[in-house]
Design a protein around this ligand. Structure first.
Ligand code: SF4
Length: 321
């Protein structure tokens, strides 16, 4: 299952979040025309095998681009949705750009998934990140999406100004309560030419310690995992543009791998001792980078077992990907 990703950098967004520089993330400034988007879909379809894919509008605030523009993109995508090979359309937007009128439009198209950039459900974190929306906006939008039977995704960031382990954990738990079926976990990257970079340079923002970030991301992952919320991604997609534009924070090429490793360690620490059973494909995650997990696994017997699809600690899955 894959996405045909159409990036709409900063289009539709009238906000300027402290951490955002969409140009740095996508490496593009001008959104594609509807014609270009359709050509891109056609091109991708030529090489796509299997079923269950989605056409995904990422990168901006899709529901803020104006109704005509939005319908133009949706019309371009709709032609290729057959419910089988291409099962639907996925889009991402801001919580405060969802209302009944927008939902009426979206409901007329085969939109199957909507992801909201919630980032945090802590008022102070939202304010310092200049998100321009409140926790209530997230609750309202989540309800509007769920009641239309569309799969709800909620994205979170870890380590924004004022964020703590406890606040991130509380956010993850509330995502579950809100009925999210999927999520993305983004440890904060400080991008050049952003307010966050200025705050960082002036010493007004000190990123969370890297180890604390790993613990936080790992424990958020476990909350999602235990509640069947699919974690679609950990960390921003690596790219040359991102590498060149990262001025600090948690840009790390193997961030997902580090977090998965930490998930195993944290669960082992909670259990104390017993048995770890893992598929061979997960060996590097069990051991951790430079075998950093091994001292924490001394109380466990380790078994490679390729009949399992991930990692089990004392008979309970803690990780599958
Ligand atoms: S809402 Fe999204 S696109 Fe808009 S400024 Fe914030 S992060 Fe960037």
């Amino acid at each position: 299952m894959a996405n045909i990703p159409i990036f709409i950098p900063h289009a539709g967004c009238r906000n300027d979040c402290a951490f955002c520089n969409q140009k740095s993330i996508t490496g593009k400034i001008v959104p594609p025309t509807e014609y270009e988007a359709e050509e891109f879909i056609k091109e991708n379809l030529k090489t796509l095998s299997g079923n269950g894919h989605t056409i995904a509008f990422f990168g901006g605030s899709f529901t803020g681009i104006g109704k005509d523009n939005m319908k133009g993109y949706l019309d371009a995508a709709k032609k290729y949705v057959d419910g089988e090979r291409i099962k639907g359309i996925r889009l991402s937007t801001r919580p405060d750009y969802i209302d009944d009128e927008i939902m009426d439009i979206l409901a007329a198209y085969p939109v199957t998934n909507i992801e909201l950039g919630a980032q945090s459900l802590d008022g102070e974190v939202l304010e310092r990140a200049r998100r321009g929306h409140t926790k209530d906006d997230v609750y309202r939008a989540a309800e509007a999406i769920r009641k239309r039977g569309i799969a709800l995704g909620l994205q979170m960031m870890i380590g924004l100004p004022s964020d703590t382990y406890e606040k991130s954990i509380a956010t993850a738990r509330q995502f579950v309560e809100l009925g999210a079926v999927e999520t993305r976990i983004y440890p904060t990257v400080i991008l050049k030419n952003t307010l966050l970079a200025d705050m960082y340079e002036r010493g007004e923002y000190v990123p969370m310690d890297f180890e604390e970030m790993l613990d936080t991301a790992a424990d958020c992952y476990s909350i999602f995992f235990e509640n069947n919320v699919k974690v679609l991604r950990i960390g921003l997609q690596n790219s040359e543009e991102l590498r060149c534009n990262a001025a600090g924070g948690f840009y790390h090429e193997a961030l997902g791998e580090r977090v998965y490793s930490r998930v195993i360690r944290r669960n082992a620490q909670r259990e104390g001792s017993g048995e770890i059973r893992y598929n061979r494909r997960f060996l590097s995650k069990v051991a951790g980078q430079k075998k950093e997990n091994m001292p924490y696994l001394e109380g466990f017997s380790l078994y490679e077992d390729n009949s399992v699809s991930g990692v089990l600690i004392n008979g309970k899955y803690v990780l599958t990907i």
